[in-house]
Every structure is written in C-alpha cells, then in structure tokens.
Design a binder for this molecule. Sequence first.
Ligand SMILES: Cc1cc2nc3c(=O)[nH]c(=O)nc-3n(C[C@H](O)[C@H](O)[C@H](O)COP(=O)(O)OP(=O)(O)OC[C@H]3O[C@@H](n4cnc5c(N)ncnc54)[C@H](O)[C@@H]3O)c2cc1C
Ligand code: FES
Length: 316
Amino acid sequence: MTRQASSRGVYLAEVAANERLCSDHFVLRLPVEGFPPSQPGQFVQLQCRRPVEREGVRVADWPEGRPPQLTQPELTGIEPLLRRPFSLAGHSQSGQTAELEIIYRAVGTGTRWLATVSAGDYLSVLGPLGNGFGVSDHKPLAVLVGGGVGIPPLLYQAERLSAAGKQTVALLGAGRADLLPVRTTGDVPAEPEPTGCVPRLAEIGVGSVIATDDGSVGFAGFVGETFERLLDAGEWPADQLVVYSCGPEAMMRAVGDLCVDRGVECRLAMERHMACGMGTCQSCIVKIRDDNPAGWSYKLCCTDGPVFDAADIVWK
Ligand SMILES: Cc1cc2nc3c(=O)[nH]c(=O)nc-3n(C[C@H](O)[C@H](O)[C@H](O)COP(=O)(O)OP(=O)(O)OC[C@H]3O[C@@H](n4cnc5c(N)ncnc54)[C@H](O)[C@@H]3O)c2cc1C
Ligand code: FES
C-alpha cells in the first residue's frame, strides 16, 4: 500500500523477525511499504490478531426473525478486538519500505499473542500516531531517562539526538537484569557513570548507565536516583540540558518534578490505556495546566501527546 508522506494509515506488514530479547521482552521487526516518516516518541497501534485482510471478509449469519449467529473470529475468539499501542524503537528506511522496530513486554492477552508471531506472518499496523519528542534547537546536552518498557522510544530518540550533534547520555533502568529490554556488554559498572556498556548506543556516541532495583546488573537502585545523583554532580548546567523520559508513571513523576524544581526542560512520554489511538474514544486523558478557572484541562495522550512538558502535567 503506498501512501503520501506524513499521512498516517493502516498498513499490512509481513513480519521480518520477532525474537526474544530477555525474559519478558521481544523485538519485532516490521517492514512496511509506504509507511510515512516518523518521529521518536510516536507510536503505532498493532492489531494483536491475524489481520482480517488475510482471512477475507466474513459476513454474520443473520437469518430473518432470529438473532445473528456470531461466528467471526474477531467477535468470538480470545484475541483482543482493540489494537494495542507500542512506541517505535527504531525506523530505518530502504527506498519505499520502512523497517519499524518495536520492543514489547509480554504482559497480557494481546502481547502474549504477539509473542507467538513468526517471520512471514502478517500484522496490521496503524500509524504513525502522536506527537513525538522533538529535539531542542538551542540546548547542546540531552539526558534520556528510561524505565522498563519506557526504554524503546528512547533508543530511537538517542539516534535523532546523536544525528543532531547533541551530547547525550542514557540512564536505563529495570527491576532486574533479565527484565532489561536492551543488550549490554559483560562489563556494566556498578557505579552510575556513563560508559559504552550498551553497544547499540555506544555506536552512535551515547554513553549509558544501567540501574536495576535489585542490583543484579549495574547500579543498585532506581533509575530516577541515578539521574538525581548525576544532576547533583553539577556536570549538566540546567540551562543547557533537555531531559527526555519514558517509563513507569512514578519514575516519570520523580524525574519530572526534579527537573521542574531545578529549572531543567523535561519532556515526558506518557502512557495511558488507549482504545483507539486517534482521538475518538476519549479513554486516554491527561490533566494539563491551563489558564481557565480550574487551572487545568484534559488533553488526550494519543493526539495531544504522548509527549508533554513535565512542567505542564498535573499529576493528581
Ligand atoms: C503510547 C504508548 C506506547 C507504548 N509503548 C510500549 C512499548 O514500546 N513496549 C511495550 O511493551 N509496551 C508499550 N506500551 C504498553 C502496551 O500498550 C501495553 O503493555 C499493551 O497494550 C498490553 O496489552 P495486552 O493485551 O498484552 O495486555 P492486557 O491484557 O490488556 O493487560 C495486561 C496488563 O497490562 C496493563 N496495561 C495494559 N495496557 C496498559 C497501558 N497502556 N499502560 C499501563 N498498563 C497497561 C493492564 O492494566 C493489565 O494489568 C505503550 C503504551 C502506550 C499508551
Ligand atoms: S485512545 Fe482514544 S482518544 Fe486517545
């Protein structure tokens, strides 16, 4: 399917690879012909079931005067009817074909089904959706703070920052070593000091710090603590730094509050339960500061976000 650049659309993709990355995470590679240019921080909605385009259209059996006989798998099967949102972890282009990378954690009905998909299977992809992180024109320093399934969009953002000549450090955290959705060298320091311990990032000149809650690899502690320590070390002047973060809400709130307190610009990629991903269902609201009498209004994570300035978010 060929589409005009910059429009979003629904695409049928033949899976190139779907491989286990660690105990719960998988990396999915999807060549998608005609997929528009995307921005790091944007996401796609994947249908976690065999696409109806491959199965043919089925018509319900609805005899006159009797209730319909629902036999279509999309109505009667156990696979989810609604698509699931996933950030882009990478997007490379070869002619008209985009290769999308998605890193996901198998946590429920849809993602466990996704983990059963093999090369040669087909998936329906809706995207690209949302606004993306952007890159600050004026500030030369960037810090990425990612936790768990929040790490994938930061890998894509690291590429964009590196290409823009920003001096970038990635702080990546997980509960324990086998839940880290990124490959590391065997040499990960226990101190929060940036090294080349994540080859994918080292190749593009981005140093990394690994933190795990249980200390099974890297620094023993939350990734937010790592960020605070390094910020306190004073090597990143507040007026030259932009922080980009994605991960569990408690982590992003801690990182965002710290940045607001220290006068550091901070962009957070929020995650919400999303039914449509396109601004229709209103299921993905985020409270954002506003000039109205209440002091805030609702924005939609899928179309106004998912990336918001930390200073604008009302957490309660
Ligand atoms: C913009 C955006 C980008 C995302 N990017 C990624 C990504 O790159 N990699 C990745 O692994 N996951 C990502 N997620 C989360 C992913 O969408 C959910 O894990 C997925 O929808 C779960 O589907 P499921 O059918 O397997 O789980 P379900 O069976 O629907 O639910 C299983 C469990 O997961 C919880 N859950 C489901 N969806 C969410 C959600 N959106 N936020 C918090 N908890 C949820 C449910 O409450 C439940 O406890 C993203 C979510 C959003 C909104
Ligand atoms: S997910 Fe439907 S409005 Fe945002």
